[in-house]
Design a protein around this ligand. Structure first.
Ligand SMILES: C[S@@+](CC[C@H](N)C(=O)[O-])C[C@H]1O[C@@H](n2cnc3c(N)ncnc32)[C@H](O)[C@@H]1O
Length: 263
C-alpha cells in the first residue's frame, strides 16, 4: 500500500470523516492558518473532515461555520454551525455574513470541487469558477489581515486567478499538500493577510505628508489608509507605492514628483 492510501486508514482510525482532513492539517502546518479563538468559514465542507480539524484548532472560544450543497451530519463532539447551500447563490453568502457577524472571519477555506466529467478543460473551468466564488466570499467576510485557502485544478486560467487573489492579500503561495493524491491536478492557493488597502503595489499617486511617524518618517493618509513616506510634514509629492500591508503601506518619492511645501 502506498503512503498516500495510508491517509484513508489514518482518517478512519483517528475519527476524521474524510482523508482530506490531512490536507488542511498540512496546509495549516505550513502556513500557520488556524489559531485558538479564530472564526473560520469552510466552503464545500461536506462530509466535514476540514470542519473537524478547524474546530480542534480554534477550540471552545472559536467559531466554525461550514457550507455545502450536501447535508453535513451534526457533530457530537464539536460546536460547528452548518448550512446546506449553494455558494453560487447570493442568499448563501447573506447567511454567512449573518453567521460571521461584524467582526469578520479570520480564515476562509474552500475545498469546493465540481462534479468531475473527466474532460480536463471543462473540469478546470468549473473549478476556477467555484474558486472565484470563494474569493468573492472571502473578500466579503474576512477581517483585515485574515487568511484564505482555496482549492483549484491546474490549467490555463490558474495564473490569472492567482493574480486576482494576490491583489487582495499580502502574499499568496501555491501549495500541493502531501495528502493530495499523485494523480490529482488540484493545488491549493494559500493567501495570507487580507488587505483592504485602497492602493496597490506599483501605484503612482500624489500624497501630502500629514504627520511624522515614531521613527521620523512621514505619514500620509489615502482614504484613511496609512502610508509611510520619506519626507517632511506639509510636503506634497508624487510617490510610488512599494509595499502594501493590511493596515499600512510604504511609498517612495518618484522622479517628476514636484515637492511642494504646503505653506
Ligand atoms: C472535496 S469535497 C470537500 C471535502 C471536505 N473538505 C472535507 O474535509 O470533508 C468538495 C465539496 O464541495 C461541494 N461543492 C461543490 N460545489 C459547491 C457549491 N456551489 N456550493 C457549495 N458546495 C459545493 C461538494 O458538494 C463537495 O461536498
Amino acid at each position: 500500500m502506498s503512503g498516500k492510501d495510508d491517509y484513508y486508514n489514518r482518517s478512519k482510525q483517528q475519527g476524521y470523516r474524510a482523508r482530506s482532513a490531512y490536507k488542511l492539517k498540512q496546509l495549516d502546518e505550513e502556513a500557520a492558518l488556524l489559531g485558538p479563538g479564530d472564526t473560520v468559514v469552510d466552503l464545500g465542507a461536506a462530509p466535514g473532515g476540514w470542519l473537524q480539524v478547524a474546530a480542534e484548532e480554534v477550540g471552545e472560544g472559536g467559531t466554525v461555520v461550514g457550507v455545502d450543497l450536501q447535508r453535513i451530519d451534526e457533530f457530537d463532539d464539536h460546536d460547528v454551525e452548518t448550512l446546506r447551500g449553494d455558494m453560487t447563490e447570493e442568499r448563501t453568502r447573506h447567511y454567512l455574513r449573518e453567521a460571521v457577524g461584524e467582526g469578520g472571519a479570520d480564515v476562509v477555506v474552500s475545498d469546493m470541487a465540481p462534479n468531475m466529467t473527466g474532460e480536463y478543460h471543462l473540469d478546470h473551468a468549473r473549478s476556477v469558477h467555484l474558486a472565484r466564488q470563494a474569493l468573492d466570499t472571502a473578500e466579503e467576510l474576512l477581517a483585515p489581515g485574515g487568511d484564505f485557502v482555496v482549492k483549484v485544478f491546474q490549467g490555463e486560467d490558474l495564473d490569472a486567478f492567482r493574480d486576482d487573489v494576490a491583489a487582495s492579500f499580502q502574499y499568496v503561495r501555491t501549495v500541493s499538500p502531501p495528502a493530495s493524491r499523485d494523480s490529482s491536478s488540484e493545488v491549493y492557493l494559500v493567501a495570507k493577510g487580507y488587505t483592504t488597502s485602497p492602493v496597490a503595489e506599483g501605484d503612482r499617486i500624489e500624497v501630502t505628508i500629514e504627520e511624522e511617524g515614531d521613527e521620523g518618517d512621514g505619514i500620509a493618509y489615502v482614504e484613511g489608509y496609512t502610508l509611510f513616506v520619506d519626507g517632511d510634514v506639509g510636503e506634497t509629492l508624487a510617490v510610488e507605492v512599494t509595499d502594501v500591508k493590511p493596515r499600512f503601506g510604504f511609498a517612495e518619492a518618484v522622479d517628476g514628483g514636484e515637492s511642494t511645501p504646503s505653506n
